[in-house]
Design a protein around this ligand. Structure first.
Ligand code: SF4
Length: 337
């Protein structure tokens, strides 16, 4: 706690020392940070908060406005759940203050419930994210590879929860662990000489801190192939369609195209999916890495007017992969806007 009081990070969503955190901000930041780095989330958080300054404002918004504000952050089920959660919380007059109550809300799993519970409501628990997992593997010299080591990590976290620091200042204890894992005990070789735990750390004593955490080898990411059709008009509008509400990029806008499959598409096959008769030409390939596969999209472009389904890209909720398709392809670059 002494180390945290001196070295705590100043983060946009973090309440100033000694002040009471706003549960809306804590929840919003924790959902954003579920799959996004602090650096990437910062500007989105500021824009999102300016657009939806309170849970009531978010609850009153259209889902499409929420998806637009989230566009580019990825994992779009988070945005839909965020909106559903805001409606639930606004109707019931505020966030529940218990872990069980928080977990019952859309988009809040065990980790997020603990982070919000500790930071916003002082529930004496720790929240173990990737950074904290690394710190604990080192602190306890846990050599079992992750993810099998998760239960050892949870056991060590439970022991720490019984300490005075967590009981007295749970929110700060959680955030101190986040900060330790994001700085001194970061990925790669940790800076143990600066660490407040150096005398208690089993990995440091054993000279193995830089080798932990151990991780089981990940299977190679499969590659999937598709074709996207980019029809634009002279005013910069583009033909778009909405993806199904459920599943990957659910509810987001996209260029029309073929399904995505394991084998590449040839032109004749792909053209049966062209949304509009036009002089289509291959303008290159876009590659995008999702958690479970890499997508390779061949982009075909043409000019024309398909009427009401044409929209300006700024009015759409476009995921990053579709932004890349609008900007051209890897082999031959063309910028649309
Ligand atoms: S002593 Fe080193 S390895 Fe151990 S917790 Fe501190 S920074 Fe991490």
């Amino acid at each position: 706690m002494e180390w945290y009081d001196r070295h705590r990070r100043d983060l946009p969503w973090r309440a100033a020392a000694g002040t009471v955190p706003d549960p809306y901000r804590v929840w919003l930041s924790e959902v954003m940070l579920q799959q996004t780095t602090v650096q990437a989330a910062g500007p989105y958080y500021a824009r999102f908060l300016a657009r939806f300054p309170s849970i009531e404002a978010l609850a009153a918004a259209d889902e499409s406005a929420v998806l637009r504000a989230w566009a580019g952050l990825g994992y779009y089920a988070r945005a839909r759940n965020l909106h559903a959660c805001a409606r639930r919380v606004a109707t019931s007059g505020g966030f529940p203050r218990t872990l069980d109550g928080l977990r019952a809300l859309p988009g809040i799993g065990a980790y997020t419930a603990r982070a919000i519970g500790a930071i916003a409501f002082g529930v004496p628990v720790l929240a173990v994210d990737g950074n904290v997992e690394r710190v604990l593997c080192r602190l306890g010299a846990i050599t079992t590879p992750l993810p099998a080591a998760k239960k050892n990590v949870a056991a060590l976290a439970a022991r720490l929860e019984a300490t005075r620091a967590v009981e007295a200042r749970p929110g700060d204890a959680v955030q101190a662990m986040f900060d330790l894992g994001a700085s001194i005990c970061g990925k790669g070789e940790p800076a143990c000489v600066l660490c407040p735990w150096q005398r208690h750390c089993a990995a440091r004593a054993a000279g193995m801190a830089g080798q932990l955490p151990a991780r089981a080898a990940k299977p190679a990411r499969p590659i999937r192939h598709g074709v996207a059709f980019r029809l634009t008009d002279s005013t910069g509008r583009v033909l778009l369609r909405k993806r199904p509400a459920k599943g990957l990029l659910g509810g987001m806008d996209e260029l029309p195209g073929t399904p995505w499959r394991d084998s590449a598409w040839n032109e004749a096959e792909a053209m049966t999916f062209a949304p509009h008769p036009a002089g289509w030409r291959d303008v290159g390939e876009v590659r995008h890495v999702f958690t479970h596969f890499e997508l390779r999209l061949t982009v075909y472009a043409a000019e024309g007017d398909a009427g009401a389904d044409m929209r300006h890209p700024d009015q759409a909720a476009l995921p990053s992969v579709m932004r890349k398709c609008l900007e051209g392809g890897g082999r031959r670059k063309e910028r649309l806007f």
